[in-house]
Design a protein around this ligand. Structure first.
Ligand code: HEC
Ligand code: HEC
Length: 269
């Protein structure tokens, strides 16, 4: 199954990179099981915009650097440009919006949800609704969602949540971190050019989804240590190491920050 996933991901990457029609009978995104099959990539300006959205996810600082502060790309949590199941998959997500958001107590559009990940996970600022970055991200997620039933999303692609068997132990988590995470994420949790930070000034802030213990444990158990088969850590180990990671200092979300969506000239459209 893993080979199939890797093949599917390589296939998605190849079809996006070359801007060619995918040689498949699929006309819509398919997320049956864990394998994502890319729909054909539109040609011309539409395809260019979708590819820009993918590039922002893969290399956020290069393509949307004005809005990102945390030293990572969206892909650090939305693996394989958002196409990997149970790893922050964005497949089908377009069909989940607009949706009621319990944090802000209002109906939100996909753009609002994207803004949230910029504000919290990237510890940055929200691109304006009408910015090319925001439209490109929306176009890419819509592309990943072709054929998904509105209101249904792609529930089988989400993080696999579970409860901690026992109260999480930070000291035990520290031991797991030293043996299974430190080599890539560093002794001070700051990561490196190749690996994203887990805590400290360059990490996501305290309002991020990944700052919830259950969310991080679900992500870590299925996806970390990077490159290993899913679920190599036990449920308890995933909670313990996540509790250790979250016991460190990180930027606090500043709710007082002013957010503006400046108007543009009509020629923009
Ligand atoms: C530090 C980790 C992290 C980073 C970095 C991050 N996100 Fe997220 N994002 C999350 C988590 C966690 C969720 C909630 C997923 C869940 O509840 O299953 C989420 C949710 C989302 C959703 C809604 C998905 C849904 O199923 O409703 C979108 C869209 C999204 N992120 C886009 C982005 C974009 C675009 C970026 C980069 C600008 C980004 N994220 C960066 C962790 C991150
Ligand atoms: C072999 C290197 C490696 C090891 C070991 C490793 N990681 Fe990661 N980790 C990564 C990479 C690479 C990413 C980004 C994934 C991507 O871009 O596809 C990542 C992403 C993450 C993220 C989400 C992004 C962020 O920075 O917040 C968390 C949380 C995480 N790792 C936790 C852990 C934990 C906990 C362990 C130990 C159990 C661990 N990792 C072990 C390489 C590693």
């Amino acid at each position: 199954m893993f080979t199939a996933i890797i093949f599917a991901i390589a296939f998605v990457a190849a079809s996006l990179a070359n801007d060619v029609k995918a040689p498949t009978q699929a006309t819509t995104a398919s997320a049956a099981g864990d394998v994502f099959v890319a729909p054909p990539m539109p040609k011309g300006a539409e395809g260019d915009l979708i590819i820009l959205g993918k590039q922002i996810i893969e290399n956020t600082h290069k393509y949307a650097g004005a809005y990102a502060v945390a030293s990572m790309s969206c892909e650090a949590c939305h693996n394989s440009a958002g196409t990997k199941a149970h790893a922050g998959s964005l497949v089908g997500v377009y069909a989940k919006f607009p949706q009621y958001n319990s944090r802000s107590k209002r109906f939100i559009a996909l753009q609002d949800r994207l803004a949230e990940c910029f504000l919290y996970s990237m510890n940055g600022t929200a691109p304006p609704f009408d910015s090319r970055e925001m439209i490109a991200l929306t176009a890419y997620i819509a592309y990943l969602s072709r054929g998904t039933v509105v209101g249904k999303g792609a529930p089988d692609q989400g993080l696999i949540a579970f409860k901690a068997p026992q109260a999480p132990s930070v000291p035990n988590g520290s031991h797991i971190y030293a043996t299974k995470c430190l080599a890539c994420h560093g002794a001070n949790g700051a990561g490196s050019a190749a690996f994203p930070p887990l805590w400290g000034s360059t990490s996501f802030n305290s309002g991020a989804g990944m700052h919830k213990l259950a969310t991080m444990a679900a992500f870590v158990r299925y996806n970390m240590p990077y490159g290993s088969t899913p679920n190599t850590l036990t449920e308890q180990q995933a909670y313990d190491v996540s509790a250790y990671v979250l016991s460190h200092w990180r930027p606090k979300f500043n709710g007082q920050r002013i957010i503006t969506f400046p108007p543009r000239k009509a020629s923009f459209y």
